[in-house]
Design a protein around this ligand. Structure first.
Ligand code: ACO
Length: 429
């Protein structure tokens, strides 16, 4: 007999089904609780609420485990290309050599964006944040491909949208970067691999057809994209699912995910971390002063890049990135004082009872910005790079939500406002 849980409310007992995941995780299915008892559950920020079952990513926050489709992130980051991992996340299996080639070729044939999209840059005010631009441009793809608006179109057509998104995202990210510099656009070169092509569009020059990104930079970028590829039901992935659950199209669902990622408590933290490290450096490098500020309940300051909703031991991605930051800076011969401040801050925090007791550890954003900076990206652009890496995860979450025929996301609430009262006309108030 399948497992159940008993909940006792006002002397009455209700038996609810228990769901067990493939890693032994348990959940009480409360979806019928209201119809049985009149009660709902409440959980602001969904700290203890599973919104779905999912077969894409497993993470164990206590043990610091992250796996995509059963494969450890450490193995994927050490051995794969970003598109190989994207294929895995999107399709559930690692590709064969032929499958990967076909996937890469398919993507490389859709990298151009409609010339009309360049006109959008004329409308963006100078200095607009790149994440706002990215969200707008991805949303506008739905205007260029209106067939994507039909929620009942065949799977083949959905697959084309997925390939388009994967193909056009690097082009759009590079356009935003080039336009911010006032430089002419470098068009996609379909003979290059995904990461090299992106770097070429970003750092290559129209006047220099022989530009080749440093292999160290290509490798670092590839690893960073893999480390960001998916992270189960985080704020932006949940946003993509919630928006998609109304049968809104994939482009607009992803644009919403980009907006969610932008916030400083989520992907925007990578920009905030670098700005914080800069501020500490410019303030004389007194790490302890900032640790004390973060501990002070009357000070809104938080140690950016520390803490995680799920990881309560260490973030496995941060471990890989920290090593990568050391390697990349050494190989590129960059001596960045910011790295020393970051290391000092990490040691001080990890030895401080406040951070130890609250289980606050460096997260993925703590070291990624240092690498992005070494690669030559401006601070404001860091979250765009996170979005570029997270794209396959968002798409896969959207596909799973759709294939599982999940109902429209529509939480309930407990009303705490005014009791019914008599209306008072304007002239009597
Ligand atoms: N600095 C100082 N104190 C912190 C920090 C921090 N970075 N993070 C959490 N705390 C404290 C909180 O004040 C709270 O203390 P209290 O229990 O005395 O009230 C306690 O630790 C728990 O924190 P919550 O905010 O309740 O935890 P939650 O799971 O809601 O938030 C979050 C997690 C948003 C990541 C939080 O740790 C944070 O703001 N970190 C800084 C921003 C950041 O790095 N975000 C990136 C996350 S990773 C990602 O999205 C890719």
């Amino acid at each position: 007999m399948s497992e159940t849980a008993k909940i006792s409310i006002e002397g009455k007992e209700f038996e609810l089904p228990v769901i067990t995941g493939s890693e032994g995780e348990k959940a009480i299915d409360i979806s019928k609780l209201r119809s049985l008892s009149g009660y709902i559950t409440i959980d602001p920020g969904f700290k203890n609420t599973g919104a779905t079952t999912s077969g894409i990513t497993f993470l164990d926050g206590e043990l610091g485990i992250l796996r995509h489709r059963g494969y450890d992130i450490e193995d994927l980051a050490a051995n794969c290309s970003f598109l190989e991992v994207s294929y895995l996340i999107l399709n559930g299996e690692l590709p064969t050599a032929e499958e990967l080639k076909a996937f890469e070729t398919n993507i490389s044939e859709h990298t151009l964006v409609n010339e009309g999209m360049e006109a959008m840059f004329k409308a963006f005010p100078t200095g607009s944040h790149p994440m706002g631009q990215l969200s707008s441009m991805i949303s506008s793809l739905s205007l260029y491909y209106p067939k994507a608006l039909n929620p009942n179109r065949p799977e083949e057509s959905i697959q084309r949208t997925i390939i388009r998104l994967m193909a056009k995202m690097p082009t759009i990210c590079a356009m935003i970067y080039k336009k911010s510099k006032g430089h002419p656009l470098v068009y996609p070169n379909n003979s290059l691999d995904y990461v090299t092509n992106y770097l070429n569009m970003s750092f290559g020059q129209v006047s220099d057809p022989n530009y080749k990104p440093d292999p160290v930079v290509v490798e670092a970028m590839n690893k960073l994209l893999i480390l960001h590829a998916d992270h189960e039901q985080n704020c932006s992935a949940s946003t993509v699912r919630v928006v998609g659950s109304s049968q809104s199209n994939l482009y607009s669902s992803i644009a919403a995910g980009i907006s969610a990622l932008w916030g400083p408590l989520h992907g925007g933290a990578n920009q905030e971390v670098l700005e914080m490290l800069e501020a500490i450096k410019n303030d004389g490098g007194d790490v302890q002063k900032y640790i004390n500020k973060a501990k002070d309940k009357n000070d809104p300051f938080r140690l950016m890049g520390f803490g995680h909703r799920v990881y309560k031991n260490f973030d496995p991605r941060a471990k890989i990135i920290k090593k990568s930051a050391d390697d990349v800076l050494a190989k590129l011969g960059v001596n960045d004082p910011i790295l020393e401040i970051a290391k000092g801050l990490e040691v001080a925090a990890l030895n401080d009872p406040y951070f130890v007791e609250k289980k606050l550890f460096p997260n993925v954003d703590f070291y990624s910005g240092i690498i992005y900076r070494a690669l030559g990206f401006p601070t404001e652009f860091f979250t765009v790079l996170f979005a570029l890496g997270r794209l396959p995860g968002w798409i896969s979450q959207w596909q799973e939500m759709r294939r599982d025929k999940q109902p429209i996301a529509r939480p309930r609430q407990i009303y705490t406002g005014a009791a019914p009262r008599e209306f008072v006309p304007l002239n009597k108030r």
